[in-house]
Design a protein around this ligand. Sequence first.
Ligand code: COA
Ligand code: AMP
Ligand code: ZN
Length: 443
Amino acid sequence: MEKRIPDDACQYFNEAMETMTRAEIEALQLERLQATVKHCMQSPFYKKRFEEIGLKPEDIKTLADLRKIPFTTKQDLRDTYPFGIASTPLRNCVRLHSSSGTTGNPTVILHTQKDLDEWANQVARNLWMVGLRPDDVFQNSSGYGMFTGGLGFQYGAERLGMLTVPAGAGNSLRQIKFITDFGTTAIHAIPSYVTRLYEVMKENGVDPRKDTKLKVLAIGAEPHSEEQRKRIEDMMGVKAYNSFGMSEMCGPGVGFECKEQNGLHFWEDYYIVEIVDPETLEPVPDGEIGELVLTTLSREAMPLLRYRTRDLTRVLGRSCPCGRNHVRLDRMRGRSDDMIVLRGVNIFPIQIEKILMQFPELASNYLITLTTDEDNDNMTVEVELEELFTDDYSRLLDLESRIRRALKDEILLTPHIKLVPKGSLPVSEGKAVRVVDKRKVYQ
Ligand code: COA
Ligand code: AMP
Ligand code: ZN
């Protein structure tokens, strides 16, 4: 396990792993895949699944044999909630992260100490790759607690040896004070929050180019376009690198751009990357957009085999002027399910529907609209009233506020609520259109 911090002049955090040839990557992947599959037989879920189709760990003889293994889905995580997929006894696990929501079973991801160590190494590798060194000051504006962007970046930045400021989400004035007082040189933030920070800086006479020591931004956890990245770089006067992560794989650290900014390097010593057609589930050729499927290669507590991420992307290449041959993937191009990623928070429309349906005052038609207003991404939930009582203002306000609170408990962020008369929302033919995304984040 890499714990030694390289010399500042070295451009790699773990040179041996980062500069492997393709043949070396594939040989290591096969070795790790075989060990992972064997380990998965400790998981009641995988043991049963393998037995059902008569597959044995010894049947995985080549990387191509991966395709004999069935996919794992978010539904599998829900069905086995909370600990049914674990491959390690709970007494060996030291942490869990869980998704939001209580209306359906949330998902739970377990970690052993070794998992946490490897995760920190992954994040440190990424931050080193874009030029950060122990002299840097790293400020993290992710939510802490269950959001993996909090502790994930915290431990990774500490592993690299940086002074790390666990600022957490929001409180922009305080964030800006930290940036100027502590000499912050790098920030991790969701792209929409960088824009918010910039606006608050402007309002308070802080010029990021003159009044801060910022040199690097790590932006991710939500979809964004190349135009949005360029705008952020122009505003802040520093490079912004795309960071991809997901809780099921550990959190941030799964894929990150190098200084070439030519796609996200996904770390193939930790994951096997497949891109499949979301309909046929057959592999698509390099360059074609499909669904990202990931197999973990180093996880102890909860390895996942062929996990369908539902994120859409494509392979851009398998070599790079930076000397790393780990596959380069395009920025995320959409989802093959209806999950919304807003402000770095994942939300399924069904969560919203289930909460709305608990209110007898509401009819069943509703519409979720996502917008970027000035510097903030917002959600508005319009919902029809079962019975018109628009003249009773205080009753309306009370209902709105109860709905807002119930939704915030479920989805963790606060939507705007608009109560409208029955019959006033569009009725679509066929499958109801429940979400209108005006943010244009996938471009
Ligand atoms: N990261 C940092 N700050 C965020 C944020 C995010 N993802 N989402 C919202 N904020 C900021 C808002 O800009 C606002 O800042 P301000 O103090 O300058 O006004 C503040 O948080 C509160 O936002 P508000 O809209 O009033 O609150 P909310 O009820 O909608 O809840 C959060 C917002 C911050 C509590 C919630 O969205 C959250 O915890 N987000 C963190 C998600 C995250 O870290 N994801 C990364 C996972 S890897
Ligand atoms: P979570 O499990 O909460 O970390 O959320 C993971 C999801 O966030 C992914 O499956 C993506 O849909 C989204 N996501 C994370 N990073 C990025 C990124 N850099 N670009 C686009 N979407 C992202
Ligand atoms: Zn590169």
